[in-house]
Design a binder for this molecule. Structure first.
Ligand SMILES: [Zn+2]
Ligand SMILES: [Zn+2]
Length: 141
């Protein structure tokens, strides 16, 4: 498959919808960062469990919660609704080799990020060539 690299200014894309592999919405409409709804995930490390909320502005690393996890340690991320693991099989972080996790976006897009606390490696993978980039994140079908 051809690869298209698109450079965008930080925060110019806002994720309006995100889903677990079973189709549950991950958007937390009542937990805001920068006046925008956040992406709600369940983070686990051993027996420690914490709900975290990611900034939906792509390229912004603000996160609410997760204070129990040491910087540099690994967490697993799960859907808060059904607990399914969001680990991305067969992919590892290009910066630190940790496992990656992902969640689904409209039009078969995937947001991928490193599962190491404090590592900011992430990328968007857009698989529908017919979808316009702007339309992916507008909230419209
Ligand atoms: Zn789910
Ligand atoms: Zn990493």
């Amino acid at each position: 498959m051809e690869r298209l690299i698109v450079e965008i200014p930080p925060e110019s894309i806002v994720l309006k919808r995100a889903f677990c592999p079973r189709g549950h919405s991950l958007m937390a409409d009542s937990v805001l960062l920068g006046d925008m709804p956040t992406v709600h995930l369940l983070a686990k490390q051993g027996t420690t469990l914490e709900h975290i909320y990611l900034d939906a502005r792509y390229g912004n690393y603000d996160v609410l919660g997760g204070g129990q996890f040491a910087v540099g340690s690994l967490v697993t991320l799960h859907c808060p609704e059904c607990d399914v693991s969001l680990e991305l099989e067969g992919e590892e972080c290009l910066h630190c080799s940790a496992p990656m996790f992902s969640f689904q976006l409209p039009h078969k897009g995937l947001a991928q990020a490193c599962s190491r606390v404090g590592c900011h490696f992430h990328r968007l993978r857009l698989q529908d060539p017919g979808a316009r980039l702007a339309a992916l994140f507008s909230g419209d079908e």
